[in-house]
Design a binder for this molecule. Sequence first.
Ligand code: SF4
Ligand code: ZN
Length: 317
Amino acid sequence: MNITGMKFCERCRKKEADVVLSTVRFCEPCFIEYFERQVQRAIDGEKLGAEMFSRDSRILMAVSGGKDSMTLWNVLNDLGYETCGLHIDLNIDEYSEVSRRVVENFAASKSLDLIVVDLRKEYGKSLMELAMRDACSACGLVKRYLMNKVAYEKGFSVLATGHTLDDECVTLLGNLTRWNLEFLQRQYPILESTHPKLVRKVKPLFRISDEETAAYARIKRLEFVREKCPLASGATSLSYKKVLNELEQRHPSLKKAFYLGFLKNKSLFGKEENFELKTCESCGMPTANVGLCAFCKLLERPKRRHDEKSKVKPLSI
Ligand code: SF4
Ligand code: ZN
């Protein structure tokens, strides 16, 4: 701060700090430089043992229309990476219409390639028709399956998602509180392919907090979906996020220390077991199950229930 009370950027110490984060103050140009540097460090695989992708990689960018995925798509484009967007239209009424419009507008404004998978058009059912009870777990399954399927079938070498430091901290806290060793062993910003039809997945925003993506989206004037999904339940992840935010307020940089410390000490949780993936009898994609994969089972479910009902024999008295 100078004698006029104006607060300066902590990086260049010349311009007024108009990006005030919980840990540091930046002017806008310094913040964008810092932000892009953090993403580049992640892509280059600093302390990860491997780079996420190179300038020659065919990158499929999963975009929901939310703040984080739109931010990542924009920053990858600004850093000079060639990407193709993938949007999955879940047909959740107006929410999906707005999300799709945001993604399509962005792709058109930057002349970027975009693939849209419309769940109802391609598979005959909306997410609501597919999910019987927990919409979010069905949604996760559908998105994971379709993202990998499109990436594999269209020959992409890597699939990038907009998971942030906050998302990774929530997952880590969830895995730790349940001592889910299998998931702890697998949690990492790079998920290598373990099957010829499983595409490598990367999370280039793992060093970036939600607070930082919000500041980036504001400065870059990015359009993104602000409405909450009407099917959102997420009680557990929301409460974990709230606890982590409260801790971060009292202890700045705690989230970074929590997640980056985990990456450093990951070997304490043991090595991930290499279990062999099988092939789905219906779609031919990789699965942990024998027979149908979870996605094909989900598509089959109402029909199977009906078939099962019709198979019930009358009780003989
Ligand atoms: Fe899918 Fe749940 Fe997110 Fe809605 S809130 S988009 S149903 S994961
Ligand atoms: Zn299948």
